[in-house]
Each structure stands twice: as structure tokens, then as C-alpha cells.
Design a protein around this ligand. Structure first.
Ligand code: XMP
Length: 326
């Protein structure tokens, strides 16, 4: 019988058996996957777990605070925060190719992690303990799409499955590996993870870095962050959060189009809205959002966000389009 309680009981036992007395580290991304994975491991081995939050600067507005404040308050996990925004910007400078950007972000993420883990290892060593495991919030669809499943094609390099460097000294703990997203949410609720986190829409590990079509710069991130915050605010206000699987907001940084504002000609960038409906992200349809909601989002973004003079709607299903643009 599939129930969240059964999954938790099973996983708690499996995690304890795998981990023993060793210490465990877990990267919190701010999303439901890593949060529920961490909460499961916390339930299994308590203070043997230390969570690491890498602020790679590719997060949306307010997300860092949500991890540092809400998740910690709900679970009581030990959290280490690394502010690495400058490092990621430098590593991404000059790169526009989607797979290259994904690999850079994945690689830097692991390096920062190893660095943070080294500190935790040193601290544990003082108590005669060892850090041996890394928790990953890998879901079943990630496994399948990254070529881990039978006969699956490798479509995109999801950095939470592939791309780990050879010298990685951790074994993986992947308590969500057999679960779909709706099952993860049920498990999270059962574990007492706060609802705003449980119901947070999926957000890719590489974050806004793969929602800027073109090179990632600090200025472009700021533009996209503002546009994304407006779209999210209006979708929430309209009560559409649970109807939409997720709504990537994408900046076409290498595209410019002519516009007019006040008396002046503008030459700005388009923002793409990509609202999708889905069960598991393997397939998706574009969400038929009400025109009045689209209108408010468009007006606000073009009025409030500098250098954006056009908002366009993506009406492609998956397949053939993926949910993210990169
Ligand atoms: P695509 O674009 O492949 O996305 O249709 C399917 C789902 O996966 C999310 N996604 C990622 N999640 N790391 C993640 O954890 C990644 O590298 C990544 N790339 C895409 C995407 O947001 C969608 O929900």
C-alpha cells in the first residue's frame, strides 16, 4: 500500500541502515525536493545531518530568506550558508551555450559543496566522527531523463544526477529516487515541512542561469528576478498556483526589439512566460491562463522592469518543447 507514512517508515529505516553512525551533508536548494529529502534524513539520523545552503546568486527574489528562516524553523536542521554569488558569476562569464552553463553551475556547486563539507569534516573529526554521505533530492523523472532509467534518452544534464566529479568523496543518499513530485509533496506534508515549501513549484537546480538565453550577468539576473517576482505575485494573487505546475519566466537576453514608451523609442528585451500544466514534468501542456491575468503581468513587467519592452507567451506543449528553455 502506498501511503506517505509507509514511505517515510521505509526510508527512515533505509537511511539509518545506509548511514550508520557517519555524518551526512545535504545541499538545500530552496525547493521541495531538497527540503523533503533533508527533512527525511533529519527524521532518520537527526544531528548527524548538516545542511549546506549555497547562495549561487541564481535564485529568485526572497528564496534565500525562505530557506534560512522558514525551513530551519520547521525542521531544526543545522544549516551552513555559503554566499558564492560572485564565484558563480565569474565562472559563467562569457558562456551562452545551455549545456555549458549547466555543467559550469553543476561543477561549481559541487566544488563549493566539497569546500563546505571539508569544514564539516574537520569539525566532525574533532569529535572522532566521519562525514561520508551526501543527500540528493533526486526524483524518479530526473533519473529517467538523465539516462538512469531503462532505455531512457539523455535529454539534459540534470546536475542532481549526472556530472559528479570523479574525486567526489561522498556516497549518495537519495531517499526520493522512486517518487514522483506529488508523492514527494505528500511525504513533505506528513513530515511537517511548511506548506509554502511543500507547495512551491519546481525550480531547476541551475536556477535563473538557464532562464537567461545568452550570457548570465548580474544585471540580466536582476532584470529577470524582478520580472519573475511580478509574474509569481500576480499568479498567486489570481489563485492560480495549484493549477499551474510551474511558470518559468525567461529573459531573451540576446534578443532586442523596438518599442515605444512615453515619447521615446525603446530597444529592449523580451520576457517569455512559460506557464505549464503537468503531472510529473515528463510531459506538459501550456496552461490557458486568463487573459486579464496575462494582461496585468504584461503591463506590470513592461512598466516596472527596466530594459524589458515586450512580454510574450509560450504556447508549446512538452513534447516538443521542454519546460525550461535551456
Ligand atoms: P525540462 O526543461 O527538461 O524540465 O522539461 C523538466 C523539469 O525539470 C526541471 N529541471 C531541473 N531540475 N535540475 C533540477 O533539479 C536541473 O538541472 C533541471 N533542469 C530542468 C524543470 O524546471 C522541470 O520542472
Amino acid at each position: 500500500d502506498w501511503t506517505p507514512g509507509n514511505v517515510i517508515a521505509e526510508q527512515v529505516e533505509a537511511i539509518r541502515a545506509q548511514v550508520g553512525k557517519a555524518r551526512v551533508v545535504c545541499g538545500l536548494s530552496g525547493g521541495v525536493d531538497s527540503s523533503v529529502a533533508a527533512a527525511l534524513v533529519q527524521a532518520a539520523v537527526g544531528d548527524q545531518l548538516t545542511c549546506v545552503f549555497v547562495d549561487h546568486g541564481l535564485l529568485r527574489a526572497g528564496e534565500a530568506e525562505q530557506v534560512e528562516r522558514d525551513f530551519v524553523a520547521a525542521t531544526g536542521v543545522r544549516l551552513v550558508v555559503r554566499d558564492e554569488r560572485e564565484r558563480f558569476l565569474q565562472a559563467l562569464a562569457g558562456h551562452s551555450d545551455p549545456e555549458t552553463k549547466r555543467k559550469i553551475i553543476g561543477r561549481e556547486f559541487i566544488r563549493v559543496f566539497e569546500d563546505a563539507a571539508r569544514d564539516i569534516v574537520a569539525e566532525a573529526g574533532e569529535h572522532g566522527e566521519e562525514v561520508k554521505f551526501l543527500v540528493q533530492g533526486t526524483l524518479y523523472p530526473d533519473v529517467v531523463e538523465s539516462g538512469g532509467g531503462e532505455g531512457a534518452a539523455n535529454i539534459k544534464s540534470h546536475h542532481n544526477v549526472g556530472g559528479l566529479p570523479d574525486d567526489l568523496q561522498f556516497s549518495l543518499v537519495e531517499p526520493l529516487r522512486t517518487l514522483f513530485k506529488d508523492e514527494v509533496r505528500a511525504v513533505g506534508l506528513e513530515l511537517g515541512v511548511p506548506e509554502p515549501i511543500v507547495w512551491r513549484q519546481p525550480f531547476p537546480g541551475p536556477g535563473l542561469g538557464i532562464r537567461i538565453v545568452g550570457e548570465v550577468t548580474g544585471e540580466r539576473l536582476e532584470i529577470l528576478r524582478q520580472a519573475d517576482a511580478i509574474a509569481r505575485e500576480e499568479l498567486t494573487k489570481a489563485g492560480l498556483d495549484r493549477e499551474i505546475w510551474q511558470c518559468p519566466v525567461v529573459l531573451l537576453a540576446d534578443v532586442r526589439s523596438v518599442g515605444v514608451q512615453g515619447d521615446g523609442r525603446t530597444y529592449g528585451h523580451p520576457i517569455v512566460l512559460r506557464p505549464v500544466s503537468s503531472e510529473d514534468a515528463m510531459t506538459a501542456d501550456w496552461t490557458r491562463l486568463p487573459y486579464d491575468v496575462l494582461s496585468v503581468i504584461s503591463t506590470r513587467i513592461t512598466n516596472e522592469v527596466r530594459d524589458v519592452n515586450r512580454v510574450v507567451l509560450d504556447v508549446t506543449s512538452k513534447p516538443p518543447g521542454t519546460i525550461e528553455w535551456e
